[in-house]
Design a protein around this ligand. Structure first.
Ligand code: NAD
Length: 387
């Protein structure tokens, strides 16, 4: 690979790599490694299987292992005049599987197209448009390929009947007929902490949610907190988190104004009641759910037997995560808890390993001073004490 000169200052790589797709994974890695002048350690890291358990353990809580997804490199990118090789980690292939036989499988399982809806947009910037919705029961699949295949199959028939031209033939991720709901009721007593009464916390959570309902700036972060619970389950089970994110935010804006996905209210007895209802197009067959061994194992670990059950569990996790974030926000603020966890990351960055990670993190958090240079000082002191 030939490095080219960029602006006469920094040598830049050339992102145009002929026949990259025809190479083996090892040859692709060697090619991009040479182009980007990566050392052996970076090449090994990109090859995968290199996140040690103790490092993973420092990154999040309750670690039992690591979860790999395929890493590809997109070539031929020139952005703002500079060439880039773009690393992309994702589980979804871009090739839509041809599936006529698959339709028969779905029908055999009691699924298939249930209804047809038509919507007319009299005015768009290129003239009037007609949208035809196929409402498909996809059973335990996420259903994107299934629906896309059907949309392509019926297009010629639609053209014959309507006399028009079919353009886009694809599913919508606003899966508003595939909603999952979670609801929780908590007594104030269950929420009380040493510093705050349960009533104070209940009121604080309702107040925080009220703001997210009316303010799109707050709603975006409120909903991100919900997705902090949902996305990890979606990824771990090999499902399509972009589809779930797209559906969630489109649903949050369905009234014409972006708002909170969840509702937190006080019932007549003074209990806190939280509800979350949102599209949840998850699958247990199809896509990476069947090809990724860890996704299959994760589904076994969950013990769910239908896609609907998986959706219900996932939404419940989103609601729980939302409650935890609002509870922290309504009381001590988000940083205290967050910093305690982040301190472990900072300890690792500073060079801590083994038992020292916790020792350094504990001290950083106790001092409310979570910085790498402070972590290095503590590490140095611990080293001297041990010597
Ligand atoms: P798929 O086509 O691999 O599997 C679905 C098929 O499995 C069904 O058509 C059916 O024939 C068969 N099947 C076997 N047992 C079944 C059961 N119990 N219930 C239902 N079907 C059963 O996958 P899919 O779920 O149609 O599509 C999911 C994939 O599509 C994901 O990888 C997703 O990332 C990708 N995708 C997403 C989008 C999008 O969200 N916009 C677009 C294109 C592709």
């Amino acid at each position: 690979m030939v490095a080219v000169q960029d602006s006469g200052v920094e040598p830049r790589l050339n992102s145009r790599i002929e026949k990259f797709r025809d190479l083996s994974p090892a040859d692709r890695l060697a090619t991009v490694g040479d182009a980007a002048r990566l050392g052996q350690a970076d090449r090994d890291a990109l090859r995968g299987g290199v996140l040690p358990l103790d490092l993973a353990n420092g990154m999040i809580e309750n670690v039992v292992g690591t979860f790999e997804i395929p890493l590809g490199v997109a070539t031929n990118f020139t952005i703002n005049g500079r060439d880039y090789l773009i690393p992309m980690a994702v589980e979804e292939p871009s090739v839509v599987a041809a599936a006529n036989e698959k339709d028969r499988v779905l029908i055999g399982l009691g699924g298939g197209c249930r209804e047809i809806e038509v919507q007319v947009f009299e005015e768009t910037q290129v003239g009037p448009m007609v949208v035809l919705h196929l409402l498909v029961d996809v059973r335990d699949a996420m259903g994107a390929n299934t629906v896309n295949t059907m949309a392509e199959a019926v297009a010629p028939m639609i053209e014959r009947i309507s006399g028009g031209t079919v353009r886009l033939r694809i599913l919508s991720n606003l899966a508003d007929l595939r909603l999952a709901r979670a609801r929780v009721r908590l007594t104030p007593k269950a929420l009380a902490t040493k510093e705050f009464t349960g009533e104070r916390i209940v009121a604080g959570i309702v107040e925080a949610c009220s703001l997210a309902i009316v303010d799109p700036y707050r709603a975006a972060t409120h909903n991100k907190g919900i997705m902090n619970g949902i996305d990890p389950v979606v990824v771990a089970t090999g499902n399509d988190w972009r589809a779930i994110e797209a559906g969630a935010h489109a649903w949050a804006a369905r009234g014409g104004r972006y708002t909170s996905l969840s509702r937190w209210e006080i019932d007549a007895a003074g209990n806190l009641v939280g509800t979350l209802e949102m599209p949840m197009a998850l699958g247990m067959v199809g896509g990476a759910t069947k090809t990724h061994p860890a996704a299959r194992a994760a589904l076994k670990l969950l013990g769910v037997t239908t896609a609907q059950e998986l959706a219900e569990v996932t939404v419940a996790v989103g609601l729980a995560q939302n409650m935890a974030a609002l509870r922290a926000l309504a009381t001590e603020g988000i940083q205290r808890g967050h910093m305690a966890l982040h301190a472990r990351n900072i300890a690792i960055v500073a060079g801590a390993s083994g038992a020292n990670i916790d020792a350094v993190a504990k001290e950083l958090a106790a001092d409310h001073d979570v910085r790498v240079d402070r972590a290095r000082e503590i590490l140095l002191r611990l080293g001297k004490e041990e010597a």
